[in-house]
Write a protein that binds this ligand. Structure first.
Ligand code: F6R
Length: 608
């Protein structure tokens, strides 16, 4: 949550800061601000609302000349979105300015202490404490002041800091919030995430916990919290710059839905080798795979839903017992890790605070952790014992689509590999599955091209109050994701139910005309699902069915049916989710919602 940028060099800083923030707006978008040193003083501009308000206020940055600056886009945690709470924050005499991503957990205690020393606070933010604390410790040596505040602050932070007395330097520091830095042509840049710097550099340094960076226009130095110099290696980012642009689509979400076939291919291709599946990153011998007795899958939101899907696959196909948990719950229970437990954490951003905490907790208890991660070099990618990357490329829309689809592919590959090594499927069965897997990109494309029909259907439900998604087995997992997509971007209340559970209470909510989306991709469950559809239909529901081609029987119990191409039963999620993503997207734009940046949300949830 929140995005920070900073620049020092021979170019004008403000336009670079605004451009960088525009790539980070997915991290928070309730207010934004920049600070620039103009040769004499530090000038700030801040505004509530989207970045474009700030951009207009500063004439695209032209109104703020200077070659050193920092910027921020906010997702409010402490204090409502407002001009005064927007970052950057300054000390009283405006000689120190700071932007912050994260949460200072002991800020109240620090604030009280500073108030006793005469400091006055004008905002409700935890960040203002940092500016005053720096002021308190600054005695002419910025590095010393930065290390001193690091010893005092608890919580998470990525900071960009300017000291007016040192206008040839820009400071950055990180603890538990992402931060990268890189050299540009004639300067240096810092940011919370790679898309903000891609236009300026492809070689970035990932800053680790409690590391400090001092930049000038020509130099970049790294230090520990004890002021010891550090050597760091840069990492080359291979992403296509255009991947972070809309490229002619109305919204990132639509573009990213259309990128799903590519994300799927890019995720499976490198792992299909020698007539089989090779997942080198696993770094596990066949003996080690055979010795696995339990998988514990931990994630949040949509990533959690891919975990729920994979439970059915690992258990059904590979006969491995699976426990799936929400990271925010997992970290506060007392999990039992028997011998042979492999923990799998799934995350697009690789920065989700709860997932990262679950990873650390698992490692502390001696478990091996495999990360399935999209963002290269992210915290989870760096801390997991092994990393399997999903090659979806940068995902900008807050609602995940292509990263979700590529997570599914990574999990399919893993389950197929485990099933084969453990002798649950033979080579012929494996190769049949590989052949079905390779057909998925074209099948997804086919479904995407059906978008006009889905749009027409969606337009009938723009005023819906409640929508229910029901399914059994894998179809329940698909329902969870279908429901989340709808509610997060259209603000229509929706719930996903295991179809058999509906009559244990929830069915009382079904009224005349309530939309119930029933997912039926598992042939052995068709009959049971049809009974559940009839149950809601007789109580007035309008039933939308998503099912496999050839299941004409369903039409007896459905009011509207969307067919998906036939595939291996374990891969059905990849296809059935497409019409549900399209449905949510079109309901959202039909209702005039901000599809890519839904209210109250942020792409990367780096707070608990
Ligand atoms: C929903 C969505 C979220 C994320 C969740 C986990 O569309 O995107 O539910 O799936 O916040 O994020 P990552 O995968 O970055 O850990």
């Amino acid at each position: 949550m929140c995005g920070i940028v900073g620049y020092i060099g021979n170019q004008q800083a403000a336009p670079i800061l605004l451009d960088g923030l525009s790539k980070l707006e997915y991290r928070g978008y309730d207010s934004a601000g920049i600070a620039v040193y103009n040769g004499e003083e530090i000038i700030t501009a801040k505004s509530k609302g989207r970045l474009k308000v700030l951009s207009e206020l500063t004439h695209g940055g032209d109104a703020m000349p200077g070659t050193l600056g920092i910027g921020h886009t906010r997702w409010a945690t402490h204090g409502e979105p407002s001009d005064v709470n927007a970052h950057p924050h300054m000390n009283k005499n405006e000689s120190i300015v700071v932007v912050h991503n994260g949460i200072i957990e002991n800020y109240l205690k620090l604030k009280k202490k500073l108030e006793r020393k005469g400091y006055e606070f004008i905002s409700e933010t935890d960040t203002e404490v940092i500016a005053h604390l720096l002021d308190y410790y600054y005695k002419g040596n910025p590095l010393e002041a930065v290390t001193k505040i690091m010893h005092r602050m608890e919580g998470s932070y990525a900071l960009g800091i300017i000291f007016k007395e040192h206008p040839d330097q820009l400071y950055a520091v990180r603890k538990d919030s992402p931060l990268i830095v890189g050299h540009t042509d004639g300067g240096n840049i810092l940011a919370s995430d790679v898309p903000a710097v891609l236009k300026y550099t492809r070689d970035v340094y990932f800053i680790e916990n409690e590391e400090i960076v001092r930049m000038t226009d020509a130099k970049m130095e790294f230090f520990t919290v004890d002021e010891e110099p550090l050597e760091k290696e840069s990492v080359r980012i291979e992403w296509d710059v255009n991947a972070a642009e809309k490229g002619g689509y109305d919204h990132f979400m639509l573009k990213e839905m259309y990128e799903q076939p590519k994300a799927i291919i890019d995720t499976f291709s490198p792992r299909l080798k020698n007539d089989g599946i090779e997942i080198e990153e696993l770094n596990m011998s066949d003996e080690e795979i055979k010795a696995i007795r339990k998988l514990v899958i931990v994630a949040c939101g949509s990533a959690y839903h891919t975990g729920v899907t994979s439970k059915y696959i690992f258990e059904g196909l590979a006969r491995v017992s699976v426990e799936v948990d929400l990271a925010s719950e997992f970290r506060y229970r007392d999990p039992i890790f028997e011998e042979g437990t492999l923990v799998v954490v799934i995350s697009q951003s690789g920065e989700t605070a709860d997932t990262l905490a679950a990873l650390r907790e698992s490692q502390k208890r001696g478990a091996r952790v495999l990360g399935i991660v999209n963002v290269v070099g992210s915290s989870i990618a760096r801390e997991a014992d092994n990393v399997m990357y999903t090659w979806a490329g940068p995902e900008i829309a807050v609602a995940t689509t292509k990263a979700y689809s590529s997570q599914l592919i990574a999990l399919y590959l893993l389950a197929m590999k485990f099933a084969h090594v453990r002798g649950k499927i033979d080579k012929k069965e494996l190769m049949q599955m590989v052949s079905d897997l390779k057909k998925l990109p074209d099948q997804v494309e086919l479904l995407l091209n059906n978008k006009n029909k889905i749009q027409k259907f969606a337009n009938r439900y723009l005023a819906a109050k409640d929508v229910f998604f029901i399914g059994r087995g894998i179809d329940y997992a698909i329902s969870l994701e279908g429901s989340l997509k709808l509610k997060e971007i259209s603000y229509i209340h929706s719930e996903a139910y295991a179809a058999g559970e509906l009559k244990h209470g929830t069915i009382s909510l079904i009224e005349e005309g309530t939309l119930v989306a029933a997912v039926l991709t598992q042939e052995d469950l068709y009959k049971k699902m049809i009974s559940n559809m009839v149950e809601v239909r007789t109580r007035g529901a309008f039933v939308l069915a998503v099912t496999n081609e050839g299941n004409a029987e369903v039409e007896k119990a459905a009011d509207y049916t969307v067919y998906i191409p036939n595939t291996n039963k374990y891969f059905a999620n990849t296809l059935a989710i497409i019409p549900l993503q399209l449905f949510s997207y079109y309901v959202s734009i039909g209702r005039g919602c901000d599809v890519d940046k839904p209210r109250n949300l942020a792409k990367s949830v780096t707070v608990e």
